[in-house]
Design a protein around this ligand. Structure first.
Ligand code: FAD
Length: 295
């Protein structure tokens, strides 16, 4: 079986999904049902997010293990610098390694709720590129992913600054980039062009989300600086309170996005599924039918 790093080099389109660690028994069941259903489409990896603090953090490792050991997923846990000293981060990386997790998504993280500026731990890290280096020091064979922002990170003063930051992460040894979610493919193609001009040569995996609620999508986009194209917003507004109609708009939009991205050479797709099964299964069925994935 090829490692993720080797698969990134084959050029075959990747398919990956992102889970978040559930907090309740009911949401744990939902995650496991989704994991079971999506296994049929042979995802290259499942990533699992890292919470802003407290007990959700140990759940990242718990569910990473569960998905790997009981469902056979290649799992990529996320890790952030928020609130951790370097020693704590080394300890978590060692736990990921001991659990057989061969890849980590290295992030700075957002400031905890109620705080507007990111404050590093007194013995911690300021930026994700430092975490990439720390992972390489303590776990050299690990495949490392980092975040990229087609519509610019909200704190970055300019797209040039944001791109130099991405370059720093690549120079620290990142193997691939996953993008923040976007709904306008032109933002992705433009970002990839700018990245290539800045000598960033690693694969840039587009991050896509199936919208299931207009309000939720607007909230997410507001937080992360993603724009919703007017045409998509019109379709969502026209669907109104009919949740099946909203879901159909969301799935259809993301299918059109995925099709164009794959046709124009994107290295795969990463789906922000919010632990939901339905829209992801429908999308994968459509992509299979269109001949993009074997399943
Ligand atoms: P960085 O790359 O460190 O960048 C942060 C900001 O600092 C940017 O504005 C950048 O331009 C600037 N910057 C970086 N280096 C320098 C420097 N040397 N000098 C000056 N400025 C600099 N959050 C979570 O809490 N948990 C998760 O699991 C999670 N998963 C994510 C997955 C993906 C694919 C994405 C796109 C985001 C995810 N996030 C997650 C959100 C992420 O933590 C936030 O977007 C965060 O604000 C920035 O993280 P980063 O790793 O991109 O930071």
């Amino acid at each position: 079986k090829l490692s993720l790093q080797q698969r990134l080099q084959t050029g075959a389109p990747l398919f990956s999904i992102e889970f978040f660690p559930p907090k309740t028994d009911a949401s744990a069941e939902q995650l496991l049902r989704t994991a079971e259903a999506l296994k049929l489409y042979s995802p290259d990896f499942a990533s699992i997010t890292y919470g802003a603090g407290g007990s959700t953090r140990s759940r990242t490792l718990k569910y990473a293990r569960h998905l790997r050991e009981d469902y056979g997923y290649e799992v990529m846990p996320h890790l952030t610098c928020v609130g951790h000293s370097r020693d704590e981060l080394r300890g978590i990386i060692a736990e990921f390694r001991a659990a057989g997790l061969g890849q980590i998504m290295a992030l700075r993280g957002d400031p905890p709720k109620g705080e507007s500026n990111f404050q590093p731990h007194p013995d911690g890290l300021h930026y994700a590129n430092e975490l990439v280096s720390l992972i390489h020091e303590s776990y050299p064979e690990c495949t490392v992913g980092v975040a990229g922002y087609p519509e610019i990170h909200p704190e970055a003063p300019s797209s040039e600054d944001d791109l130099s930051n991405l370059k720093r992460k690549v120079d620290s040894g990142a193997h691939f980039v996953t993008t923040q979610l976007f709904f306008d493919n032109n933002k992705y193609f433009d970002f990839v062009d700018r990245a290539r001009q800045a000598q960033i040569e690693i694969p840039i995996l587009p991050g896509l989300m199936c919208i299931t609620s207009r309000e939720q999508a607007l909230r997410f986009c507001d937080m992360c600086g993603t724009t919703i194209p007017a045409e998509l917003d019109e379709q969502l507004s026209a669907a109104g309170d009919d949740s099946a109609a909203v879901e159909a708009v969301g799935t259809n939009w993301v299918f059109q996005q995925a099709r164009e991205l794959l046709e124009r050479g994107a290295p795969g797709i990463h789906l922000y599924i919010l632990n939901r099964k339905g829209p992801a299964v429908e999308l994968m069925e459509k992509l299979k039918e269109a001949g993009f994935y074997q399943g």
